[in-house]
Design a protein around this ligand. Structure first.
Ligand code: PEP
Ligand code: MN
Length: 335
């Protein structure tokens, strides 16, 4: 249920509705809007009777939210949500580009790639300090040292950065250093980590699990938002299907589909989506074509020697070429 307040409702009237919801054993989450505040009723067991609310001062309406996801739904917040990472806006008019190496390897390598992606026009730097690798013998990331290097490179380039949190302990560290916290595909249904992310004071980049339905993905975002963090960005990064010619099957049709349902920004990762650098440009065309509001792209100054995901990492020149092509593409889609 969504309690919609009148435009001129007072903070006291809003608080009275919150108190009423909580006195009935449910949780209230006020959603301030451009025009008016709405209050979302969460953790209700069964249907909520609207009548006690409709008679309260300042209340305009009580709307039943038909979907299991409430806070992520456009029924609750009809306007597109814009999320700020440093000075960068995700979900606004401009396409947001996040780029950088899969993993942080050293200061020198990170700085080299960061300078290259910045001069090509990237908005945010990416880099894993804690890597979720299939094999325990593969490079696992530099850990906290990697986060320190990312913070140093942020000072040197001015680029805010996103880095992945693979568990609670790491989430504490990533929250301390990073501008945005990534929850990776393998952890999309790690509900205790999602709750922890919901208590973080930083925006969350939530990647779709590799075999998650759209509803499971949105419910994962709901976990984060139900804890109070409203800054969630969704990212399609390819799913597992019967098609095994590529690392993953990039599910482009999910982008316009979920954008109709949710107000949260939706990005696409064409690097993990195809697992091959030659596919990054065509998949980017597709992603922008279906309405992705941004991209996250792996770039490495020396991909042949990258410690993680080299085959799908673009050379800096390829990334610069892609960035040059983007404005025309966006214009073609929007006209
Ligand atoms: C990554 O971004 O490097 C990564 C591991 O992504 P995903 O969780 O989508 O596999
Ligand atoms: Mn990677």
């Amino acid at each position: 249920m969504l309690i919609v307040m009148k435009r001129d409702s007072t903070p006291e009237e809003i608080q009275a509705v919150v108190d009423k919801i909580e006195s009935l054993g449910m949780k209230a989450q006020p959603i301030p809007g451009g025009m008016r505040t709405s209050i979302c009723v969460l953790f209700n067991k069964g249907a909520v009777d609207p009548s006690p609310f409709l008679s309260m001062p300042g209340v305009r309406d009580a709307i039943v939210v038909s979907k299991p996801y409430k806070l992520v739904s456009r029924e609750t917040s009809p306007q597109n949500t814009v999320i700020e990472v440093g000075k960068v806006r995700i979900g606004g008019e401009k396409l947001t580009v996040i780029a950088g190496p899969c993993a942080v390897e050293s200061h020198e390598r990170l700085l080299q790639t960061a300078k290259a992606v910045k001069s090509a026009g990237a908005d945010i730097l990416r880099g894993g300090a804690f890597k979720p690798r299939t094999s325990p013998y593969s490079f696992q990331g530099l850990g906290e040292e990697g986060l320190k290097l990312l913070a140093r490179v942020r000072e040197e380039t001015g680029l805010p950065f996103v880095s992945e949190a693979v568990d609670h302990e790491v989430c504490d560290l990533v929250e301390e250093y990073a501008d945005m916290i990534q929850i990776g595909a393998r952890n999309m249904q790690n509900y205790s980590l999602l709750r922890r992310a919901g208590r973080a004071g930083k925006p969350i980049l939530l990647k779709r699990g590799m075999s998650a339905t759209y509803e499971e993905w949105l419910m994962a975002a709901e976990y984060i938002m139900a804890e109070g963090n409203r800054e969630v960005v969704l990212c399609e990064r390819g799913v597992r299907t019967f098609a095994d010619h590529l690392r993953n099957t990039l599910d482009l049709s999910v982008v316009p589909f979920v954008r109709r349902i949710t107000h949260l920004p939706v990005l696409v990762d064409p690097s993990h989506g195809g697992g091959n650098r030659d596919l990054v440009l065509p998949l980017t065309y597709g992603a922008v074509g279906v309405g992705a509001q941004g991209l996250i792209i792996e770039v490495h100054h020396d991909p042949e020697r990258a410690l993680s995901d080299g085959p799908q990492s673009l050379f800096p020149e390829q990334f610069a070429d892609l960035m040059k092509r983007l404005p025309k593409l966006v214009e073609a889609i929007r006209t």
